[in-house]
Write a protein of this length. Structure first.
Length: 276
């Protein structure tokens, strides 16, 4: 069935501020940190002094004190708030239209034999094109827009390893466990940015205007997670993890009439970690 027409009025749109590539800068910092963590141990090794983190055949000469990890995967959005429901009803955005790519980094310090205390960075990002389901412009062309949703979160967490990370066989040799399952909880702050750029219908006048709409805010979040680390070498491990984030924040600016945005969702990630 042919969709209804509306009149397109090419008036100037109101400008909105943007995040300026926050996610890209965060990824650059994470890559730099990984290179530094994986590189040579520094001046002591260059001057011929023994490296306390050097490893022999299947063991380290020193028990590690911390772990740094990078992970990435898929985040399944809760998408239960009024904003998401309205978008899915009016635009060609499906039930999983707000699922996003996820990425993160963790720095954990070994507090006890099985407990780690650490800090985490988590991010998600999604961009997709859409159009109005029931309306065309006066030229029978789709009325299109691009929707973007991104989040950045910072948290402190406690992780409990369900088995020992490894075992010391002497004062100079430590062997990592083949695999270590773990569970954890955390809490911190999260930032979101929701933007839509393109053409929009103004009801009830049925005029079409180009515009850029935006909402962004900071707030609290909580996390629970579970996963396991599988040892690849004495220093490196493969990690697999499921992490649930709970957060609901106020919408503002162009979307203030929609109340709150539900940022909760389950992320399934894989990645790698290094002991040091």
């Amino acid at each position: 069935m042919k969709r209804s027409r509306v009149t397109r009025d090419r008036m100037s749109a109101s400008a909105a501020r943007s995040s300026g590539g926050t996610v890209g800068r965060a990824f650059a910092l994470l890559a730099t940190a990984t290179l530094l963590a994986a590189g040579p141990t520094g001046a002591g090794a260059q001057q011929g002094r023994p490296d306390p983190l050097a490893h022999g055949d299947g063991f380290l000469f020193h028990q590690p004190n911390a772990t740094f990890s990078l992970r990435g995967g898929y985040s399944r959005a809760n998408a239960s708030s009024e904003l998401f429901t309205s978008q899915q009803k009016q635009l060609t955005i499906g039930p999983r239209g707000f699922d996003r790519a996820s990425f993160g980094a963790d720095l954990s310090f070994h507090a006890t034999r099985r407990i780690d205390l650490g800090v985490s960075f988590d991010g998600t990002a999604r961009s997709r094109r859409s159009e109005y389901r029931d309306w065309l412009d006066q030229n029978d062309k789709p009325i299109e827009q691009t929707t973007k949703l991104s989040t950045l979160g910072f948290s402190a967490n406690l992780k409990y390893n369900l088995r020992d990370r490894g075992r010391a066989i002497s004062s100079l040799a430590w062997i990592p466990a083949r695999y270590v399952p773990y569970v954890g909880i955390g809490g911190g702050v999260i930032n979101y940015e929701f933007t839509q750029t393109g053409d929009f219908i103004v009801f009830p006048s049925m005029q079409v205007f180009p515009d850029k709409l935006r909402s962004a805010n900071w707030g609290a979040m909580a996390q629970v997670f579970s996963g396991f680390a599988y040892t690849l070498t004495t220093r490196w491990s493969l990690i697999s993890e499921a992490r649930y984030t709970a957060s609901s924040l106020e919408l503002n600016k162009d979307y203030s009439d929609f109340g709150r945005i539900n940022l909760s969702g389950l992320a399934v990630n894989v990645g790698t970690s290094i002991r040091f």
